[in-house]
Design a protein around this ligand. Structure first.
Ligand code: ADP
Ligand code: MG
Length: 453
């Protein structure tokens, strides 16, 4: 059987075995990429984090499903599908030496009328860490080899994680490198849709076509908004083909991978999948701190180290949100002329972040149980099973963090434990989050489940 067929069957079976959330989070974007005589099957996953997760958690199930299909299967190996970039990119950790040092005070930028690019987005003010190093390496690759190497480049990730920044900076870097020789155009998919609608209404389709097909690099942001609009998709498909067939570069961003754009026509999806797909995930603590410091430097402000850590600790999901809070802090610092303490920051953050009114302890417990695929009774009971320890501590941590519950109450709610157990669990997870990026990603995904459910 072909690899693709085998994997389709394996996924079909895994989809039944796992919860919907887990299947989508971990396996939706996996691929079977190789198998050999010795019975080793190689499965590729989109990033290191999912590789380790799937390897640790689903290795056995996958192997047994594989064995049912192909009795020669002996072993499953897991690799990262974009792994090649690891070797190509220099080891950019969040690099403090990379911060721009000569920025204007409150720099103002004007969007370029020709390209629609905002010059404020550059590679040099883009902080690189484990969450985005692959995407950044691919972006650099595109600038070096426009239209040739990674085409189309498809970057996906959640809200406020830097997609627009990165794809616009590719445009700006290309213009910086090739000057007038390369014509770049940036467009949001909403703008593309409204251009198509306008052109149809005013019978100006030819203008529209030439405007979009006359470029060397087309950057289209938030492609998920194009799906389902038939005429627009059609037009985009033709634009895509027209450019692609003559080696023009196409760069696309989306909030999810091509395979999960539900309303997109299959032919467009497979075009996207034919290029390079990379994700941007949640920044770890180190990267969040670096981003905060970069932003402060850009506007010539400083904050004490504990304050920076506090912000980086509290705001884990969205870089735009970090910027928003920073702006508020700086505004208060300037207008009241006071020095910013941790208490002030705590207050600003709690006043400005997500509303937790609809979140109950049970919702948190259920989300954690779903995520780890363990039973709720085990989690809040007396079970001493090893696999219960981490999820149970995370529940206690989230009770404290999201609902500000008291330690005795937390202990009571989670298996009638002593309040010292609750304190220990919360402190332990809090410390661990500072240094363990895997745990960070897990907690962020759980938060997403909680807010979504
Ligand atoms: P998205 O398009 O993914 O929703 P944006 O690109 O608009 O997110 O990013 C939100 C804000 O965060 C922007 O102001 C952007 O400059 C900033 N930002 C995102 N990622 C980074 C990064 N790695 N380094 C510096 N700033 C970043
Ligand atoms: Mg964006």
């Amino acid at each position: 059987m072909e690899l693709e067929k085998i994997w389709e069957s394996v996924l079909g079976e895994m989809e039944i075995q796992l919860s919907h959330a887990n299947f989508h989070t971990w396996l939706k974007n996996s691929k079977l990429v190789d198998s050999n005589e010795a019975g080793t099957f190689v499965v590729a996953l989109p990033n290191n984090f999912s590789k380790e997760w799937v390897e640790n958690k689903y290795n056995k199930n996958i192997l047994s499903v594989l064995r049912n299909l192909d009795s020669s299967a002996k072993k499953v190996e897991f690799v990262v599908s974009g792994g090649i970039f690891k070797a190509l990119s220099s080891p950019h950790k969040a690099r403090s030496s990379y911060f721009p040092s000569t920025q204007m005070v409150f720099p103002e930028f004007k969007i370029d009328a020709d390209t629609s690019l905002n010059p404020k987005y550059t590679f040099s003010n883009f902080v690189v860490g484990s969450a985005n190093e692959l995407a950044f390496a691919a972006a650099q690759g595109v600038v070096k080899n426009v239209g040739v190497k990674y085409n189309p480049l498809f970057i996906y990730g959640g809200v406020g994680l830097g997609k627009t920044h990165l794809i616009q900076s590719i445009g700006n870097e290309i213009i910086g490198a090739y000057k007038q020789a390369v014509k770049v155009k940036y467009v949001t998919s909403e703008k593309f849709v409204s251009d198509v609608v306008w052109a149809i209404k005013n019978k100006r389709m030819e203008d529209m076509k030439s405007r979009y097909r006359n470029v060397d690099t087309l950057i289209i942001d938030d492609i998920q908004f194009i799906g389902g609009k038939e005429k627009t998709e059609e037009e985009f498909f033709h634009t895509f083909n027209a450019l692609y067939s003559i080696n023009k570069q196409i760069i696309i961003s989306s909030d999810r991978p091509p395979s999960e754009l539900p309303t997109l026509q299959e032919r467009l999806r497979s075009r996207f999948e034919g290029g390079m797909t990379v994700d941007i995930s949640y920044p770890d603590f180190e990267m969040r701190s670096a981003i905060i410091k970069t932003k402060l430097q850009e506007c010539h402000h400083t904050l004490d180290e504990p304050v920076v850590s506090l912000i980086a600790n509290k705001l884990t999901k969205n870089i735009r949100e970090i910027e928003g809070i920073l702006n508020k802090i700086i505004f208060i610092k300037e207008s009241k002329n006071i020095s910013i303490t941790e208490d002030i920051v705590e207050e600003i953050i709690s006043r400005n972040t997500q509303n937790t009114k609809n979140i109950s302890p049970n919702k948190i417990i259920k989300s954690v149980a779903d995520f780890y695929e363990v039973s709720i009774n085990d989690l809040v009971g007396k079970s001493r099973k090893k696999e219960i320890v981490e999820p149970r501590q995370i529940i206690m941590y989230l009770f404290r963090d999201i609902l500000s519950m008291s330690y005795p109450f937390i202990g009571e709610k989670v298996g009638k434990r002593d309040h010292t157990t609750a304190i220990h669990a919360c402190e332990k997870i809090k410390m661990e989050l500072l240094k363990n990026n895997n745990l960070n990603q897990k907690v962020n995904l759980i938060r997403e489940l909680i807010y979504k459910n």
